[in-house]
Design a binder for this molecule. Sequence first.
Ligand SMILES: Nc1ncnc2c1ncn2[C@@H]1O[C@H](COP(=O)(O)OP(=O)(O)OP(=O)(O)O)[C@@H](O)[C@H]1O
Ligand SMILES: [Mg+2]
Length: 249
Amino acid sequence: MALLELDGLTRRFGGIIAVDRVTMRVAAGEVRAVIGPNGAGKSTLFNLITGVVPVTDGSVRFDDERLTGLSPYGICQRGISRTFQITALFPEMTARENARLAAQARHARRWQPYGGGTVFGDAGRRGDAALERLGLTHVASRQAGLLSHGDQRLLEVAMALAQQPRLLLLDEPTQGLSVEETAQAVETLAGLLSDGAMTVLLVEHDMEVVFRLAHMITVLHRGAVIADGSPDEVKADHEVQQAYLGGLA
Ligand SMILES: Nc1ncnc2c1ncn2[C@@H]1O[C@H](COP(=O)(O)OP(=O)(O)OP(=O)(O)O)[C@@H](O)[C@H]1O
Ligand SMILES: [Mg+2]
């Protein structure tokens, strides 16, 4: 059984079918890239999985439990964390405070009146551990908004990681980065994913990044899956070449 199972997942916005009967399996330990041109439905797919946008039709199952209809908080509690395509951190707070807050947001006892001290300490430790895994310990006490773009994107990954997710969704972690920053971020992410302990869905436009990080690739075109397989299979797929890869493959 796969950790994440999408069946016939569909989302309409008025007359637009943003996500069109997507069926997908993500096995535990897999790093799967979701690729496709602008407007293909990649971010909407993440919004459906995380409950940010309600499903029009079809289902999301995680660890054999139906998530469809749960709140974003309920879904985060079950172990799915994400980053956003657009930077989403608290710029005035330090990197460490951002990571701690993210950890706290998932903590089961965060609303209990007398658990505050324990929750705070636990969350701080998880946040610090996540910063360390992303190589950000040396900037932990700096204001997040003053970090380099590359470190800001990695901080967002650290924030998701601080929630100790069983499934991590990364929406274009290298968006807006320079070539050098991208190369650095990708090496850090490759290190993070190298032990095979993480299950990841990754949206990414940069095909070099995709081929470096992903074991499996799903190609979306106008909301629908047009190919699904290993990087070599996807590269060789005629329809994918026509729709998306152009001269690259
Ligand atoms: N909240 C919304 N309301 C109306 N239409 C939306 C909404 N969110 C997405 N869409 C539409 O759904 C389609 C898919 O958008 P989505 O953002 O999922 O694409 P994407 O693959 O992430 O694109 P990009 O590569 O540009 O990030 C687009 O036509 C978009 O305009
Ligand atoms: Mg998007």
